[in-house]
Design a protein around this ligand. Sequence first.
Ligand code: SAH
Length: 278
Amino acid sequence: MPKARKQFGQHWLKSEKALNRIVSSAELTESDRVLEIGAGTGILTRQLISQAQAVVAVEIDRDLCPILVQKFGKYENFLLLQGDFLTIELDDLLAPFPAFQNPRKVVANIPYNITGPILEKLLGTISDPNPKPLDSIVLLLQKEVALRICANSNSSHYGALSIRVQYLADAEFISDVAAKAFSPPPKVDSAIIRLKPRAIEHPANDPRKLETLIKLGFSSRRKMLRNNLKSAIELEPLNALLESLNINPQARAEDLSVKEWIALSNAFNPDTPAHNIH
Ligand code: SAH
């Protein structure tokens, strides 16, 4: 087993149970094209190759690529791209390989230090969603982040990340994975999640405004929402606005569901003087 490199967030999965759970959660069929981010030594890659029509693996570590080629080069449904997933232009790189174009599912044990940027590349953002939403994304990631992604309002893990992801996808916590399932074990616990990207039923009228409001609203977690939004709107019109939406004026940002955030954004007009609100 090659020595794991810290700089690339390398932790080799060794638990068969966790491996099986990841693969079964992806619900692969023989017609699926799959993208794997960070193939490592190929423990997950091997399963994907046996179950999917085509597997595109991206691996940043040049030293691992010959190992992957040696193991899987003989399979016609396997394509390895050496590079940084965050910066590669997947569509361009896959242009010469019709059988591997447009993978619709992602399955990956990702490097934890770049979880946010990976999610953003896969899902896009509230104001700039991925124009070609994926069918499903199964990830093994840091448990704390998994809980935040999947949390509902009023739970201690719910925050800006929950809203940003759930605006773009259904998010499901699949299972815990203990640190000892890896070699070397990471310092944190892990978990498997499944995201199913979809268009939200009632999108925000102005997604950029919603993004700004979320950012402002969660800027200080201990404060009431109205205090975090002070710089954008006067207290009185905001109180009236919250009441008109049936939101307690003393609510904190984490008390508002995704729907309530969208409603707030749609009704929010920072230029509205107090007497015009009703
Ligand atoms: N899938 C393997 C390895 C997981 S560790 C297993 O389950 O055992 C994470 C992997 O992502 C490592 O192989 C690491 O080299 C790779 N990696 C880290 N940063 C990357 C990036 N920006 N782009 C592509 N791969 C990356």
